[in-house]
Design a protein around this ligand. Structure first.
Ligand code: ATP
Ligand code: MG
Length: 552
């Protein structure tokens, strides 16, 4: 497949830098805040940064932006490392932390105060907000802006030594309160937080803001191309301002690309956290979640997720990517790899009355119709089998092509049957009676008679099937403030049915349950019956409708 990931503006920039001999080594990083689990948008960012390092023989750092101890948790750090390893994008044994540079950052803050480029502000958070102004009105200088350098140094040191209450003081850059760019209106560089930090414990009670910490961390690590999503475009000015005004001799450059937006999903960690906390989903790894942990549990492979990112590409323009593209990437892979199994999701009993009571026929069938190397298996036909309710209609209608009373259908790999009677309990069909016709191996029934799948009542295993739909019922839901109101109440349907016993040969496989979709064992399955399966996707798509280019 053509590697679309190399054909983008970031690669053009790097190629130009290389021609101009700007850098000895290309160095990128992925820098998440450890306040939640990674999502599919992060894969786009990780893969972009990682593959640049691989393609240019450069370096790729994973750095935790752990500057806000409010939200950070060790479990998030561990899950992020685990997810990046699983993706195969972990080439460095070392993980970096912004908190490793807290001392240097503190010294740079002192340097800015000494250069009269930063001051301690005693306004409250709310006052700072009011003084900042708006997009249409300029900001107003804080009354503390012109304090002497000496006072600022004393106050900042007092902040550092816990002399102020949380929120009573902060350090701000002295830039321009009238700047058209809000980020440049004397941004906060340090705030007070009496919160334990997972790495520095209680050493600090002042913490740098993201803007202050990010550019300095990039510079310390020797990052050459600092790639981030377009919501940071304005922050680039501040990124450059800080680096220009501190004594550092390495100048990374920030470039922005459009974040991944996926239809019927929200991708920000903060929003995903709301879904978890409100118990709208069952944790970060709920198979409906677009987190890496959720997608993995749903049955997506690392390969299919990276292929998805390659196809999405990297641009500056925002766009909404169709979820069907994601499904297409996994289906394409599973169509080739997944062994076929018969499973009946919504079962009804079918009795082939013309067969003897203890009838038991072994039928040898391939594990995969197009791949003989995957071997063969035996399926067992008995007199009593289950078929799907959706494959039976008591009365004939023109459009219904499956089993109807007095009409014929072929059982997959087996007999043609004709139904003649139904048994009902409380108005619901509890059994269908039929007779079989002779087994005709040479005849191709495909065109004249429908084929339905089935499992033997005696030789099948009870199973729980979890069928998923998109979590939201609005395609462009990411930017809706009240995104919760667009939750799809049918995003999970649980069904109880039966699966062919052969599934036990290797339960860790991902399977195509014939005519039903691709399924995998739920990783939280306890080992008891029923076996729990997650549906990854349906089998077939209307690619035209999904507007997916078939790229190869
Ligand atoms: P939060 O909601 O907490 O800000 P986030 O989902 O934006 O979480 P960050 O930790 O802020 O995640 O982002 C880490 C890195 O991943 C950043 O470089 C960011 O630009 C990138 N990133 C975040 N979301 C996306 C996305 N949807 N597509 C591509 N890259 C993304
Ligand atoms: Mg973010």
């Amino acid at each position: 497949m053509k590697d679309f990931s190399k054909n983008n503006f970031i690669y053009n920039i790097i190629n130009n830098d290389i021609i101009k001999n700007k850098y000895k080594i290309i160095h990128t990083r992925f820098s998440p805040e450890p306040n939640g689990y990674l999502h599919i948008g992060h894969i786009k960012s990780i893969y972009l940064n990682f593959s640049i390092a691989v393609n240019y023989n450069g370096k790729f750092n994973i750095r935790f932006d752990d500057t806000n101890p409010d939200h950070e948790k060790l479990k998030f750090i561990n899950s992020i490392i685990n997810d990046i390893k699983w993706l195969g994008c972990f080439n460095y044994e070392k993980v970096f932390y912004a908190s490793n540079y807290f001392s240097q950052m503190y010294d740079y803050a002192i340097e800015l105060i000494n250069k009269n480029l930063a001051y301690v502000d005693l306004l409250s958070k709310e006052e700072i907000k009011i003084y900042r102004g708006t997009l249409t009105t300029p900001g107003t200088n804080s009354p503390y802006r012109n304090q002497s350098k000496r006072d600022n140094l004393i106050l900042f040191k007092e902040m550092r030594h816990g002399k102020f209450n949380q929120g009573a003081a902060c350090l701000r850059a002295k830039i321009d309160m009238k700047s058209p760019c809000l980020v440049m209106r004397d941004p906060v560089l340090y705030r007070i937080k009496y919160i334990h930090h997972h790495k520095t414990n209680n050493d600090w009670c002042i913490y740098p803001t993201y803007d202050f910490a990010h550019c300095i961390s990039d510079a310390i690590e020797g990052i050459t191309h600092s790639l981030c999503t377009s919501e940071f475009t304005e922050n680039r000015k501040l990124y450059n301002w800080i680096l220009k005004n501190i004594s550092i001799n390495h100048y990374p450059k920030q470039y922005e690309f459009a974040p991944l937006n996926l239809s019927y999903h929200v991708l920000s960690k903060r929003k995903l956290k709301i879904l978890v906390n409100k118990k709208i989903v069952n944790g970060w790894d709920d198979p409906r979640m677009p987190t890496i942990a959720g997608l993995r549990r749903r049955g997506y492979t690392a390969n299919s997720l990276i292929e998805f990112c390659k196809r999405v590409g990297v641009t500056k323009q925002n766009s909404l990517i169709n979820t069907k593209l994601l499904e297409y990437c996994i289906n394409k892979e599973l169509n080739i790899n997944a062994p076929r199994i018969m499973a009946v999701i919504n079962p009804v009993l079918l009795i082939i009355n013309s067969l003897p009571k203890n009838y038991c026929m072994y039928i040898s069938v391939p594990n995969h119709p197009n791949n003989p190397s995957m071997g063969k298996k035996n399926i067992i036909l008995t007199r009593e089998i289950y078929i799907d309710r959706a494959d039976f209609n008591e009365f004939y209608t023109k459009d219904f092509k499956k089993l109807t009373l007095f009409k014929k259908v072929k059982l997959r790999y087996s007999y043609v049957i004709k139904a003649y009677k139904v048994l009902k309990k409380n108005n619901k069909i509890s059994a269908i009676f039929c007779n079989h016709e002779q087994y005709k191996t040479n005849k191709n029934f495909k065109n004249e008679i429908s084929i339905i799948h089935w499992v033997s009542k005696k030789y099948s295993l009870p199973a729980e099937f979890r069928l998923y739909e998109n979590l939201f019922n609005l395609a462009n839901v990411e930017n809706k403030v009240n995104f919760i109101s667009y939750i799809n109440k049918n995003s999970l349907t649980v069904k109880y049915g039966f699966v062919e016993k052969n599934v036990k040969t290797n339960l860790n496989n991902t399977f195509q349950f014939e005519r039903e979709g691709y399924f995998c064992l739920d990783k939280k399955y306890s080992g008891k019956l029923p076996i729990i399966f997650n549906r990854i996707t349906n089998i077939k798509y209307n690619y035209k409708k999904a507007n997916i280019k078939k790229l190869n």
